[in-house]
Design a protein around this ligand. Structure first.
Ligand code: SF4
Length: 78
């Protein structure tokens, strides 16, 4: 699945939300989150993000790995 990283924090542009065909991008308090169980890996969200905060999970750089975990936490709480 795709993951939204730190650059989304306090931006929450939501262009990706409109682009996602399965509506799996959710709005959190300070950033958006992709539900990894619902994401179909289509890639449509990545190019529309104005701050390039979206990446496929296997391409997430080392310093952004915490957002994979942060994402899991978000969906276990909602
Ligand atoms: Fe939605 Fe596709 Fe982005 Fe997954 S990769 S969050 S399905 S737009």
């Amino acid at each position: 699945p795709y993951v939204i990283m730190s650059d989304c924090i306090d931006i929450t542009d939501q262009s990706c939300v409109e682009e996602c065909p399965v509506d799996c991008i959710y709005v959190g308090e300070r950033k958006l989150y992709i539900n990894g169980k619902e994401c179909i890996d289509c890639g449509a969200c990545e190019p529309v993000c104005p701050v390039e905060a979206i990446s496929q999970d296997r391409r997430v750089p080392e310093e952004q790995q915490e957002f994979i975990e942060d994402n899991r936490t978000f969906f276990s709480e909602v």
